[in-house]
Design a protein around this ligand. Structure first.
Ligand code: ACM
Ligand code: ZN
Length: 689
């Protein structure tokens, strides 16, 4: 017993004294271009204190960059155990054709000190972030030589502060995490139906009225009468950034090499503007529709005046002018819009929208700025210098790039982080869908197969956090992180340096660190993952058997056709999202009504099909399911008639409707009735055993 204790103690001493720390090389996010680790570690047991050897002009910038890294500058009060930090800023080579500013850097760590080389302050800033990550991950430094530069010039996120207002302080906290991971664009969705969020002196009702509403949540407001109220009204919910706050935010972001891109929506999504200034409505359209009247000059006077104030606050090259999802129908009947179309020779309402975007582009170009807009700005003809943000997929972006326009890719299937990131029943209510970290990470904005002359116009990538269902700071952060980190790495790291398992390991650690700092990211350690049924194809008796769609369910929605007539017997079960091309969507009155031909009389013991319900986007359970069997296809015997009470619930649900028994049949008729709620029925597979 004694001997054993002594042996353990000796072993422990040997371990402590004799063992070199090991290096976990997977510590830098986003993954850098090249790292060569040395053999030696650099002990900094009482904290890392750096002596700066740089020109005075760089000192304040470097001190700001050290913020949040855990690294301190050596001061006269320190006991002297500090390292030196040499920073050289070299002139930008003439031949450098990189887009935007040069953000590259090299970082060398030796026992003698740390050396950073970069051509710009941004490069120095990013080198210090890398240094901070090495130090905080290892608790020491390690000899290395790192050469790093971003793959894309634009690495952004959109935060929607219209649907639910967020403060300057909240945004600054997100900017900190963005900057630590080398993101450089924050697109603020400042204006939309649910609230205007930026002080504009020339149009004060935008903030004294259009920034406030009752009730508080977007969902109740949208499903109610969508009223705005005067600031100060009891129960008024909302808010806005004053000009002073916006300027502080811009400066805070700029210190961290992040450009804030303001979005001022036009001509659609402008219900709140029309609520405050109803004279900009289309004639003959006094009520609920959100498109500005393009026929009236007052619309241009107002938008130009707003933009004058916006560009005075936001130095961004790009001003986002929205351009998405205009309804356009009021323009067809409005006498002012019709007159504008006649006078300008415009043949469609698409061209009318394009007319407005062209004019606004000209206005901003004359003031040294460029417009960026959602891909709908392609409709009716793209303005000559416009940059396109591709969200409905990649097609708009690819078309714009092929025509020589710059593009930011933000396709909803990969970049819409308002969708839940884990099994939807474990997540807060959301817009629906399923967008786990791995799916975001799998996106490549410019794959190797893309033509070179198209790829050169892809500026980068952006994730969008729309906030219809997101009410609190904690919930915003839960949706943003860690998925925005995946965008940071897509945007920065070269494809050959990207590996999901490695990234995930780092993301788990970053999330832990964020929780320690008081953030509320999604805790990746507890990820449930995709719907278990979807992970493996299912074997069953009806696999590959033909399915006849009876009238009127013949007309499943083409957008949700999945594998068309093969879907219900292809063995592929749906994931958590109906947009996975496995779930088939039925929109018509008839619900689902299909016959499976088993090809011969077959002994059958069970028949079942799963449905999903996600009320937000209008996906509901059936209210009744009937199943019939037949041997000859003429005479059917009903074996099941199941009633179901559809209850509206905030959380998505999945449910099987089926029959169990014993029967001989060749034909199976499966009929699911739609409930009183208008929307979709989604079904993935009819399983026969
Ligand atoms: C958008 O999601 N309407 C840009
Ligand atoms: Zn009009």
């Amino acid at each position: 017993m004694r001997l054993r204790n002594i042996a353990i103690i000796v072993l422990a001493i040997v371990t402590l004294v004799g063992c070199k720390p090991t290096l976990n090389e997977n510590i830098i996010t986003p993954a850098p271009q090249s790292v060569t680790w040395g053999d030696e570690h650099v002990e900094v047991s009482d904290g890392l204190y750096l002596n700066l050897h740089v020109d005075d002009e760089h000192k304040p910038r470097i001190m700001a960059a050290l913020h949040n890294t855990g690294i301190k500058l050596a001061s006269e009060y320190h006991d002297g155990k500090s390292m030196s930090l040499d920073i050289s800023v070299i002139a930008k080579p003439e031949s450098d054709e990189q887009r935007g500013i040069d953000e590259s850097y090299t970082l060398d760590i030796t026992r003698q000190g740390v050396t950073i080389t970069a051509t710009t302050d941004a490069g120095i800033f990013y080198a210090i972030q890398t240094l901070g990550q090495i130090y905080s991950s290892l608790g020491m430094l390690w000899e290395c030589h790192i050469e790093d530069a971003p793959r894309f010039a634009y690495r952004g996120i959109l935060i929607d502060i219209s649907r639910h207002f967020r403060t300057k302080e909240f945004l600054m906290r997100q900017i900190d995490i963005m900057a630590e991971h080398k993101m450089n664009r924050l697109h603020l969705h400042l204006t939309d139906a649910a609230g205007w969020r930026l002080e504009v002196e020339s149009y004060p009702r935008l903030t004294s009225y259009a920034a406030w509403r009752t009730p508080a949540t977007w969902k109740e407001w949208w499903n109610g009468d969508r009223q705005h109220v005067e600031e100060g009204t009891e129960g008024a919910y909302g808010g806005y950034l004053t000009k002073e706050e916006a300027r502080e935010l811009v400066a805070y972001a700029a210190d961290r090499y992040i450009t804030i891109i303001p979005e001022i929506e036009m001509p659609g999504h402008s219900d709140e503007v029309l609520a405050a200034y109803p004279e900009l409505r289309c004639t003959q359209h006094p009520d609920r529709q959100g498109d500005l009247c393009i026929g009236k000059e007052a619309t241009f006077e107002m938008m130009q005046s707003i933009l004058d104030e916006v560009i005075e606050i936001f130095p961004s090259e790009y001003i986002h002018i929205g351009g998405d999802e205009a309804g356009k129908s009021s323009w067809m009947e409005c006498e002012d819009c019709q007159r504008r179309m006649r006078e300008e020779g415009l043949e469609s309402v698409d061209e009318l929208q394009s007319y407005m975007i062209h004019r606004i582009e000209e206005y901003l170009n004359a003031r040294g700025r460029n417009i960026i807009g959602w891909d709908e700005i392609l409709e009716g003809g793209l303005a000559p210098n416009a940059t396109v943000m591709s969200w409905r997929g990649e097609e708009g972006g690819l078309a714009a790039a092929a025509a020589g326009h710059d593009v930011v890719m933000s396709p909803h299937g990969y970049c819409y982080i308002d969708a839940p990131q884990d099994a939807p029943h474990t997540q807060p209510e959301s817009i629906g869908g399923y967008l786990p970290l791995e799916k975001v990470y799998s996106y490549d904005p410019a794959p190797a197969t893309m033509a070179e002359d198209v790829a050169k116009h892809i500026l980068g990538v952006q994730a969008n956090l729309w906030a219809e269902f997101i009410v609190t700071d904690e919930h915003y952060e839960h949706m943003l992180w860690p998925r925005a980190l995946a965008v940071a790495e897509i945007g920065w790291s070269m494809p050959e340096n990207r590996d999901y398992d490695m990234f995930r390991e780092r993301a788990v650690r970053i999330v832990d660190g964020m929780i320690e700092r008081g953030y509320s990211p999604f805790d990746l350690k507890n990820e449930v993952g995709n719907r278990p049924e979807s992970l493996e194809p299912v074997e069953h008796l009806a696999l590959g058997k033909s399915v006849t769609y009876l009238e009127p369910s013949r007309y499943y929605a083409p957008k949700y056709a999945a594998a068309w007539d093969a879907t219900l017997t292809d063995g592929l079960r749906g994931t958590w999202t109906y947009a996975d091309e496995r779930w088939q969507g039925f929109l018509g009155r008839g619900g689902v009504d299909v016959v499976i031909d088993m090809e011969e009389v077959t002994h059958i013991e069970s028949i079942s099909a799963d449905f999903m319900q996600i009320c937000g986007p209008g996906v509901f359970m059936p209210c009744r399911v009937e199943i019939w069997l037949s041997q000859d296809g003429e005479e059917y015997e009903q074996v099941a008639d199941i009633e179901w009470e559809v209850i509206l619930d905030e959380l998505p649900s999945f449910k099987s409707f089926g029959w169990e028994g014993s029967a001989e049949a060749r034909y199976i008729r499966y009929k699911a009735h739609r409930s009183k709620y208008t929307g979709f029925l989604f079904v993935d597979e009819i399983i026969v055993r």
